[in-house]
Design a binder for this molecule. Structure first.
Ligand code: NI
Ligand code: MN
Length: 226
């Protein structure tokens, strides 16, 4: 089983037959969040960078659930200082085989300061190898040509920001699809705030007209299975 639920913005819950992985849990303070941070369940949390709309409720969720947080070295150490007990630091380009699958950190062009101003290292995206499938979650980034290298892995699902202003917008996200050549695409990081308002159906039409990728547009709380 491989099921993904979009909790709006960049927050995704990935459920496999072995574990539940929560990516970038920005729930409290997120006007579109379909679940509460004091109710969501996960065994693993992935944090792409230090910004509040990605780090989100990582500290409280990990303390409540005991979930292991996977992030870069700087954020993992900062989380230990916040009293989070279970962390696994990785860094850009490094993968690790967990009992439930493999996680590799990919480059992302963005910032990563933590909410208290601490240095959060470099931001990242995630390449997940789960149940024989490969999922690329780009997280917050501008377009970069090395997405082509990520695509060479054979991506079943690419999760791409389309909001513009802070990340790739619709036009660059289409170029990203052409570089990655994924089978399926899930657009994220739009409509949470006015400055990242986009029409995902317009984007779906544009991508499906111009590439072989199939675009899934979800409402917050909706799921897809791979
Ligand atoms: Ni950010
Ligand atoms: Mn963001």
């Amino acid at each position: 089983m491989l099921k993904l639920t979009w909790y709006s913005h960049a927050c995704i819950l990935v459920e496999t037959s072995q574990t539940r992985i929560l990516v970038d849990p920005f729930l409290s303070g997120n006007p579109l969040a379909p679940v509460r941070e004091d109710e969501v369940a996960a065994e693993v949390i992935l944090v792409s960078h230090g910004h509040g709309d990605h780090l989100g409720d990582t500290v409280s969720i990990s303390k409540r659930t005991g979930a292991t947080v996977i992030s870069n070295f700087e954020i993992a150490n900062w989380l230990l200082d916040q009293g989070v007990e279970n962390v696994h630091p990785q860094h850009i380009g490094g993968g690790f085989d967990y009992p439930w699958g493999r996680v590799k950190l990919t480059i992302a062009h963005h910032g990563s300061a933590l909410p208290d101003g601490s240095y959060g290292g470099n931001p990242c995206g995630f390449l997940l190898y789960l149940e024989g499938k490969k999922i690329y979650h780009a997280c917050d980034t501008g377009l970069f040509y090395d997405m082509k290298l990520i695509g060479e892995e054979g991506i079943d699902l690419a999760i791409l920001p389309i909001g513009d202003n802070f990340t790739m917008g619709p036009v660059d996200a289409l170029r990203a699809v052409k570089l990655i050549e994924p089978a399926k695409v899930l657009p994220i990081h739009y409509n949470t705030f006015d400055v990242i308002a986009q029409d995902p159906e317009d984007w779906k039409n544009m991508v499906e007209k111009d590439t072989d990728a199939q675009v899934s547009v979800l409402e917050p709380g909706q799921s897809i299975e791979l």
